[in-house]
Write a protein that binds this ligand. Structure first.
Ligand code: ADP
Ligand code: MG
Length: 334
């Protein structure tokens, strides 16, 4: 089982950033409203995520580390409208197979309550010991890949690994404006984001904090709804510099997505209205009935499958086209 676990671990655990993503998604699923992430050495020495969510009770704590133990699907029917970020029940098991993992949690309001389990590279006799913790959960991942030297070799410099973590953090913080976020690296606060007001100004403040004020200053805000689809967010105007070319964030029902159909629709609209050769920059949110989209095609690749791809493509294209054409009124296109 040890080998199987380590092989499977490769699927979700590629580098510190993927560990952060999985653990933070759990914290979000648990209803955390304040999530603190702390890293040492780009996350290779330590990743610590603390949330104030529902917590895990004493008896469930060792289960959380076992493969295919998920609390998120009660029945097969739930699969249809699973709204939570993950449901595979193997992230923690996979991470614990390739690191020294510690889970401290408290599902009750008594702050002197709380329990801890430790797992080390799968050499686990999950012993549960009392450990005070406020309501919520702390996950500590130390020495990632300590027992898999081949994998460890693929880790890059501390700076590069932290860069990937920060990018994962941006996506997460852009997906939940209502959560208070803290990101610390080597004892320094990198991002401190209070929960944002649920309005355009609140959202823009957070985006400016994450992507720079220029992003907002040189973007167009849009919010368009048609045939059960809603597209809202910000698209960059042609003043955006090349340096910002990688600022492309697209969320489907709150989940970050990289999708060819989506990319194509955006590129087409851009190309049609704006200058050629411009890289679109955007933070966009597509909302639609969860039953017509499958976001769990692959555990880590950010793929989606729309039931009616044509409809989504045309909606994205026409919404963006309309919005962009408004700010370039001399454009003669469709
Ligand atoms: P999945 O998220 O796919 O269910 P994981 O391996 O990521 O699988 O987590 C296993 C289980 O551990 C979850 O289903 C959940 O019950 C519990 N869990 C993990 N992290 C947290 C957390 N931060 N707060 C509460 N429960 C958690
Ligand atoms: Mg999970």
């Amino acid at each position: 089982p040890r080998l199987a676990n380590q092989i499977a671990a490769g699927e979700v655990v590629e580098r510190p950033a993927s560990v952060v993503k999985e653990i933070v998604e759990n914290a979000i699923d648990a209803g955390g409203r304040r999530i603190e992430i702390e890293l040492e050495s780009g996350g290779t020495r330590l990743i610590r995520v603390r949330d104030d969510g529902c917590g895990i009770g004493e008896t469930d704590l060792p289960l959380a580390l076992s493969r295919h133990a998920t609390s998120k699907i009660a029945s097969l029917d739930d699969l249809e409208d699973v709204a939570s970020l993950g449901f595979r029940g193997e992230a923690l098991a996979s991470i614990s197979a390739v690191s020294r993992l510690e889970l401290i949690s408290n599902a009750a309001d008594d702050p002197s309550g709380g329990w801890r389990v430790v797992a080390e590279g799968r050499e686990m006799a999950p012993r549960v010991t009392p450990a005070p913790h406020p309501r919520g959960t702390s996950v500590l991942v130390r020495d990632l890949f300590f027992n898999t030297p081949a994998r460890r070799k693929f880790l890059r410099t501390e700076k590069t690994e932290f860069g990937h973590v920060e990018e994962a953090f941006r996506r997460l913080a852009l997906s939940r404006f209502d959560i208070t976020w803290l990101l610390r690296h080597n004892q320094k606060v990198v991002h401190q984001l209070p929960a944002a007001a649920d309005d355009q100004r609140g959202h823009e403040r957070r985006i400016a904090a994450l992507l720079g004020k220029r992003f907002i200053d040189e973007s167009l805000h849009l919010d368009i709804e048609a045939s059960g689809l809603r597209l809202w967010g910000w698209v960059g105007l042609p003043t955006h510099s090349r340096a910002q070319a990688d600022q492309q964030y697209f969320f489907v029902n709150g989940r970050v997505v990289r999708d060819r159909l989506v990319a194509h629709a955006i590129r087409q609209a851009y190309r049609d209205v704006l200058f050629h050769g411009r890289h679109p920059v955007f933070v966009l949110y597509l909302e639609l009935d969860p039953r017509v989209v499958d976001v769990n095609v692959h555990p880590t690749k950010h793929e989606v499958r729309f039931r009616d791809g044509r409809l989504v493509h045309d909606f994205l294209f026409s919404s963006l086209h309309r919005a962009l054409a408004e700010v370039r009124p001399n454009h003669q296109g469709a």
